[in-house]
Design a protein around this ligand. Structure first.
Ligand code: FAD
Ligand code: NAP
Length: 313
């Protein structure tokens, strides 16, 4: 059986595409998501800018009901890692890590992005042993202790605010003296007594022993070294686009991409390849928000419905 639509990725973009394609009349729609549906927002301890989501709500709270809502309209979730998407004539092939394949008339891809490594010494060696990219997952291990946060964007500052409620002190280590974050968030951070800003400072090395991390050494713009003694270091230095599934056997991409590896789409989320739509954080000019990822999923789904209708009738 050839699917009407294959959705790759089950974050806000993929789930919304799933809702709109199934509810909009496509018959066989499968969402290929390698983990639990919900996407990267599941790692966020708070979300305050999704319309209607008021009060103290975590990313997990927000996403909890989305998969069930889609499944009611017939969306099927196949929990598998997609390794490659190819197209021959009018049919797409979804290649999966378990060796199996699925075929589809249209594809909506929303594989999002992944946390980037900051690149200081010891980061890889102590990853999972004191170095983390998820405050919601690992913050509790440092209850009542001091931790360091590396980065100066929205994620770093919001997660520092979360950690400051659990930990005795949070050092925010940032390489510049201004932040790449919403002004409201910066103001909130500045008001928290147990957050110390360590600005104009580059992380040099995380050090420790067999028990885990013992501290992080940072260097400021005058080349002065400061030793910050903490058992936990959280890095939030941005994300890389997950575009691997679009790489073909000969190393080229299935559709046009920009230099940052983001998928080039038009206002309808259509890529340069007929029947392929790209959504959410992985597309060009993405605002990287849950609400916009969801919006992309809806737009792409409506286009996919029209495309499949024309292809088959
Ligand atoms: P993602 O959410 O990244 O979902 C992609 C999905 O694809 C994942 O579930 C992944 O498992 C799956 N996948 C990837 N590759 C494959 C593959 N090969 N095969 C199968 N499945 C695959 N946005 C806001 O609007 N407000 C906030 O407050 C906010 N806070 C944030 C806090 C944090 C800590 C982070 C990290 C992000 C935050 N964001 C916030 C940004 C928001 O989470 C993203 O913009 C949004 O999740 C993007 O949705 P997406 O569907 O494009 O991708
Ligand atoms: P980001 O905005 O790209 O910020 C990354 C931060 O890490 C920057 O401050 C950057 O410094 C720093 N950095 C990058 N590489 C580094 C390195 N090697 N060593 C040390 N520091 C490094 O990433 P993000 O904060 O994860 O946010 C990603 C996107 O999601 C953004 O568009 C953001 O707005 C969005 N988001 C939104 C919300 C929200 O709306 N509430 C919450 C979270 C995320 P420089 O500033 O010097 O470049």
């Amino acid at each position: 059986m050839i699917l009407d639509c294959a959705i790759i990725g089950g974050g806000p973009a993929g789930l919304t595409a799933g809702l709109y394609t199934t509810r909009g009349g496509l018959e066989n729609v499968v969402m290929f998501e390698k983990g639990m549906p919900g996407g990267q927002i599941m790692n966020s301890s708070e979300i305050e800018n999704y319309p209607g989501a008021t009060g103290e709500i975590s990313g997990m709270d927000l996403m909890m009901t989305w998969p069930e809502q889609c499944q009611r309209f017939g969306l099927v979730h196949e929990m598998v890692n997609v390794t490659r998407v190819t197209k021959k004539d009018d049919t797409f092939t979804i290649h999966k890590e378990d060796g199996s394949i699925s075929e589809a008339h249209s594809v909506i891809i929303g594989t999002g992005s992944s946390p980037r490594r900051a690149g200081f010494r010891g980061e890889d060696g102590f990853f999972g042993k004191g170095v983390s990219t998820c405050a919601t997952c690992d913050g509790f291990f440092y209850k009542g202790k001091e931790v360091a946060v590396v980065g100066g964007g929205d994620t770093a500052l919001e997660e520092a605010l979360y950690l400051a409620k659990i930990c005795s002190k949070v050092y925010i280590i940032h390489r510049r003296d201004t932040f790449r974050s919403a002004p409201n968030t910066i103001e909130r951070v500045k008001k928290v007594e147990n957050i110390e800003l360590v600005l104009d400072s580059v992380s040099d090395e995380v050090y420790g022993d067999s028990t885990g991390v013992l501290g992080i050494r940072v260097k400021n713009k005058n080349d002065e070294i400061r030793d910050i003694v903490v058992p936990g270091v959280f890095t939030f230095v941005g994300n890389d686009v997950n575009n691997e599934t679009l790489i073909q056997e000969d190393g080229t991409f299935l559709c046009d991409m920009n230099e940052q590896g983001q998928v080039i789409v038009d206002i309808s989320m259509a890529t340069s390849l007929d029947g392929l739509y790209a959504t959410g954080d992985m597309r060009i000019s993405a605002p990287k928000q849950v609400v916009s990822a969801a919006g992309d999923g809806a737009v792409a789904a409506l286009q996919a419905i029209a495309y499949v209708d024309e292809l088959l009738n």
